[in-house]
Design a protein around this ligand. Structure first.
Ligand code: PLP
Length: 437
């Protein structure tokens, strides 16, 4: 049972947390009722809670730990840097090394600017597009998450009563979002090429950029179709707007990121999560002429950008080490285990006669308890009954040695071996059976 008798230490920590943190919470995403489980430590693919329970970590800090916990190579790189100081009001060689590696991997990226989070990377990419084009508006996809910058949050999780017709209403996410922000965001229905062309053309003269995650997790982890991406690229070029790929999560899909797997090339790319090796990070990279908006070498840049901790050497060294171990062999392992878990979970759904589908690519997968075809955000938007099923599924995983995310997302790591995958599949089978009963 998920209660105070089973997890007394987590329960006590939460009681104390409520005194000092609003609702006892810092990250809404890790909030759980009646209380979240508190982490004690992690090693490899395992994480322990403070009550001593070990689980296979299938969320890996929301996709950022691609090598699991306390990877020895990353650990050494971090210790070495810590002995030399943790941050300086001077640039360090380590930021050149990580930028060089990202440029080497991403075909569309000529230069890189580091930030402290994916949110900031998205914010700076939007500001760079505005500075480059001199235009105010952005377009984004209904249901897609891009962090907490106001314009990027528009229509993050609208419910059916807020959708509007074929042209989605821009819906504010947070109370207090200024009307001007809402007016400057165009919302595209996912995987609808004709509507994308129509809306981008209609707002073209004011449009700085189209922000798109090719595999948007919160919109269902459904891949963008070639036709949709093609329509976006073609119409963006026609109206002179930029295309920003948000690869904060999807960079973990291949050596060249998601953009190597999809059919179009973006002007700007935002990164985060895995490129920091487990430390806070973000980056925006892209075409040299666009990235020149950040360049301070000949006076005040079009877009001044600082950040006390941007490109801090501990993160940079951890990121370099994480990417060193993220080679072709690592990707084929991740692709294989991701395929195995997706297959096993889809088979379990069929075997137990539970309506549902497991979608995803590479090391990412997501379960939807619906018999509707997983075509876009609206199609997989859960009914209250489907939300209850996901809750039972997650609780059963937690009780059977697996740590999932609240959103049905799983992100696997290179630290997982055949036995771990076997254990994950067995727990998923039990969890789907529990949903049925
Ligand atoms: N973009 C995407 C696609 C994300 O999934 C996230 C975070 O989950 C972000 C941006 C924001 O990144 P961060 O949490 O580092 O601010």
């Amino acid at each position: 049972m998920y209660d105070a008798s089973t997890y007394p230490k987590s329960n006590a920590l939460y009681a104390e947390a409520k005194q000092y943190l609003p609702g006892g919470n810092t990250r809404t995403t890790v909030f759980e009722k009646p209380f979240p489980l508190y982490a004690s430590h992690g090693k490899g693919c395992h994480v322990w809670d403070v009550d001593g329970n070990r689980r296979i970590d299938c969320i890996n800090n929301y996709t950022s730990l691609i090598h699991g916990h306390a990877h020895p190579g990353i650990h050494q790189a971090v210790l070495k840097q810590m002995e030399r100081g943790t941050c300086f009001g001077m640039p360090t060689e380590s930021e050149i090394s990580l930028a060089r590696e990202l440029v080497r991997r991403l075909d569309s990226v000529d230069t890189v600017r580091f930030t402290n989070s994916g949110t900031e990377a998205v914010m700076m990419a939007i500001k760079a597009a505005r500075a480059y084009t001199g235009r105010p508006k952005i377009a984004k996809v209904e249901g897609a998450y891009h962090g907490s910058y106001d314009p990027a949050e528009i229509s993050l999780d609208p419910g059916p009563q807020q959708w509007g017709g074929n042209t989605p209403n821009p819906v504010p996410y947070a109370k207090g979002t200024p009307a001007s922000v809402i007016e400057d965001v165009i919302v595209l229905p996912f995987n609808d090429p004709d509507k994308a062309k129509e809306l981008i053309s209609l707002h073209g003269r004011d449009l700085a950029a189209i922000l798109i995650d090719p595999l948007p997790n919160r919109a269902g982890l459904i891949p963008a179709s070639d036709a949709f991406l093609g329509a976006i690229r073609e119409t963006a070029d026609a109206v002179g707007a930029l295309v920003i790929f948000d690869e904060v999560i999807s960079f973990r899909l291949s050596h060249g990121g998601a953009q190597a797997l999809f059919s179009i090339s973006p002007d700007l790319t935002t990164l985060g999560k895995v490129i920091g090796g487990g430390f806070p990070v973000g980056a925006v990279g892209g075409r040299r002429d666009v990235m020149a908006v950040f360049d301070p070498s000949s006076g005040k840049p079009a877009l001044p950008h600082g950040g006390t901790f941007s490109a801090n050497p501990v993160t940079m060294q951890a990121g370099c080490a994480a990417l060193e171990y993220l080679d072709e062999q690592a990707f084929s392992h991740l692709d294989r285990i991701g395929g195995e878990v997706r297959h096993a979970a889809n088979e379990a759904l069929k075997r137990h006669g539970v309506p549902g589908v497991v979608v995803g690519m590479g090391s990412l997968l997501k379960i939807h308890f619906t018999d509707r075809a997983p075509a876009n955000y609206r199609a997989v938007y859960p009914t209250p009954a489907e939300t209850s099923k996901l809750r039972i599924f997650n609780r059963t995983l937690i009780e059977n040695g697996i740590l999932p995310s609240g959103y049905g997302l799983m992100a696997l790591s290179t630290a997982m071996a055949a036995d771990d995958i076997h254990q994950i599949n067995a727990a998923i089978d039990l969890a789907i059976r529990a949903v049925k009963n």
